[in-house]
Design a protein around this ligand. Structure first.
Ligand SMILES: Nc1ncnc2c1ncn2[C@@H]1O[C@H](COP(=O)(O)OP(=O)(O)OP(=O)(O)O)[C@@H](O)[C@H]1O
Ligand SMILES: [Mg+2]
Length: 319
């Protein structure tokens, strides 16, 4: 996996306006290797779309370098465009008056592929995206979800080394979102595409990405395998279950002494989740609970999911 297909180096994008400059992307560097599927995460306004648009040459960065499969995206955008296909945020970039099949053939042709060489792949995509019944429908007559699927299929049919997907499941119903997720997952497992994908849906990311790059305020705060992040966050997160509830003063005291992640309660129990970097702290928190007359039901490691890890990273950043 030593060969990077996408190299982003010191990328900066400043939007200039009369009301002042906005630094949307601030000195971002990362690499994506062949057949890797990488998730680009970050809160609203973090700079994800700006990065993706810069890679597919729609935006001209203020500074930095972008290389797509060896092509210089800034000095030679035309060459870079042959290497990358993108589906942008909410933009179902297909031709409304062309049928499903004609759209697929058109986008394949754009990349200079002969119809003969691509025909069986088009059939495969139609099958995969479950668009068989609609092949002869015009794109405008499709539902939103189907249009989105068609847009992704049209990006795939170009068979470029890199595929960029900005929020591919946004606004889809549960079933279509799941279907698209499943298609992408299968592609990721087969290891046949290099994909950079942005999403707010952690299920999507968790399902198909091996690595995530988290950005906040235009900067990278994490670039690591999901597996590593989980290990890292599990090591220090504990969960205490207590019979009954405790009062405000007790809660305040705990908050002052320990790094609490969350306190939740139901009718008969209280659950405290805490980040305890030092194992000794586990005993300290138990002592405090005892002193306050709380009955401990269980203590254990907390296994955070990607959503929680993401929130903790992003919140930690703001602090
Ligand atoms: N054309 C533009 N002109 C001025 N500012 C812009 C423009 N496009 C984006 N921005 C600003 O740049 C920053 C990054 O925006 P961007 O769209 O890249 O974020 P994002 O991570 O994709 O967010 P979201 O999750 O909401 O899609 C934001 O502060 C945004 O307001
Ligand atoms: Mg965006």
């Amino acid at each position: 996996m030593a060969e990077p297909v996408l190299v982003v180096k010191n990328l900066t994008k400043i939007y200039r306006s009369r009301r002042g400059d906005i630094v949307a992307v601030d000195n971002v560097s990362f690499r994506v290797y062949k057949n890797e599927v990488v998730g680009l995460l970050g809160p609203n306004g973090a700079g994800k779309t700006t990065i993706i648009k810069s890679i597919c040459t729609i935006l001209r960065p203020t500074a930095g370098e972008i290389w797509v499969d060896g092509a210089d995206a800034i000095r030679n955008p035309r060459a870079a465009l042959e290497k990358v296909a993108a589906v942008l945020e909410g933009n179902r970039n297909v031709y409304w008056r062309l049928t499903v099949k004609d759209n697929l053939e058109f986008f394949a042709g754009l990349q200079g592929q002969s119809l003969r060489s691509v025909r069986s792949y088009i059939d495969e995509l139609i099958e995969m995206f479950n668009l068989k019944e609609k092949v002869h429908e015009q794109a405008r007559a499709l539902s939103r979800g189907m249009q989105q699927k068609l847009a992704v299929a049209c990006a795939l049919v170009k068979r470029t080394p890199i595929l960029l997907l900005d929020e591919p499941t946004l606004g889809l119903d549960v079933e279509t979102s799941y279907e698209l997720r499943w298609i992408l997952k299968r592609m990721a497992e087969r290891g046949e595409r290099t994909i950079l994908l942005s999403s707010h849906d952690m299920n999507v990311v968790q399902d198909i990405c091996e690595r995530v790059i988290i950005i906040n305020h235009g900067r990278i705060v994490v670039d690591d395998k999901i597996e590593n992040l989980k290990r890292l966050f599990t090591a220090s997160a504990y969960r205490f279950e207590i019979e009954g509830h405790f009062n405000q003063t007790q809660e305040q005291k705990l908050k002052e002494q320990f790094d609490l992640i969350k306190i939740s309660r139901d009718s008969s129990r209280t659950v405290i989740e805490a980040e305890l970097l030092d194992g000794q702290k586990v005993y300290e928190i138990i002592d405090v609970l005892k002193e306050n007359g709380c009955r401990l039901e269980s203590v254990g490691k907390q296994y955070p999911d990607l959503e929680e890890i993401f929130l903790r990273i992003v919140k930690g950043e703001k602090r």
